[in-house]
Design a protein. Sequence first.
Length: 320
Amino acid sequence: MSTTNQSNTNSLPFLLAGIPGLEDFHMWISIPFCLTYIMTLLGNSIVLLTVRLDKSLHEPMYYFISMLAVIDLIFSTAVVPKMLGVFWLDSREIGFETCFIQMFFIHTFTAVESGVLLAMSFDRYIAICNPLRYNTILTSSRTIQIGLLSLARGAGVMTPLMCLLTSLPYCKTRVIPHSYCEHMAVVELACADPSVSDLYSLIVATLLVGTDSIFITFSYGMILRSVMRLPSQEARLKALRTCGSHISIILLFYIGGLLAMYLQMFSFGLAPHVQVLVADFYLTVPPMLNPLIYGIKMKQIQEGIFKLLRQLARLSISQA
């Protein structure tokens, strides 16, 4: 295909199918996704506001929680509004550049979240295994640097992938059988060999997820060994409760991600709409559950939220 024809073809928009086979039920399917998005916005915004206003929460652990909340907000906003537009208004068209920008945000902030979860495991390792040096090792400035490094890593490894994908000619059907610009669904529309981009994405995913998972597992293994050596059962339970919310988030993130990825790669005889729904729920449910898990598991976050709500209640009464 000539360069001119490829350029003309790649300037055409894609069409999102929504959930193939369930088009007649889009309006009903949209309800849980809409509620999930609203809860995501409220929950993560409350966490951010609580950490911002409560000075007792100005510590590295809560800065990492705030980073996770920002990631969840960006993650959801990159996907859900357009998804609801498809479900509610049949607004299926998405521009060529917009599609890859959406894909870039999804993959970049997936990588960033993995980096933040790794940083949180390191934070807990220092707090439990080397508490006397915690304040000297993890300062506020160093915590921010770790967050920026995670962002730079995610954007750095995803930018070449987007360059490879956008250079492919897309001259097959313009219909993406998905609710958003899912990577593998878009690549299947290319009429050129995508083996280079496939190999790159496989290597990046393996290195990022594999390396982060290994270090997270090592950190919590060391934490568990230290906790089991504590003389007091109460102290052991307190330490385990502190790590419980982090482990819940990690399992939700990695297990959900692996399940969504493998269902896209191998159908296992499942209907296409099942694969799409699993991928959609992976991008929408964890961002909603993260602040709920922290609110339930972490006493300091609970107290901060209650303090914030009391302040808002007093403010509204005084203005009435």
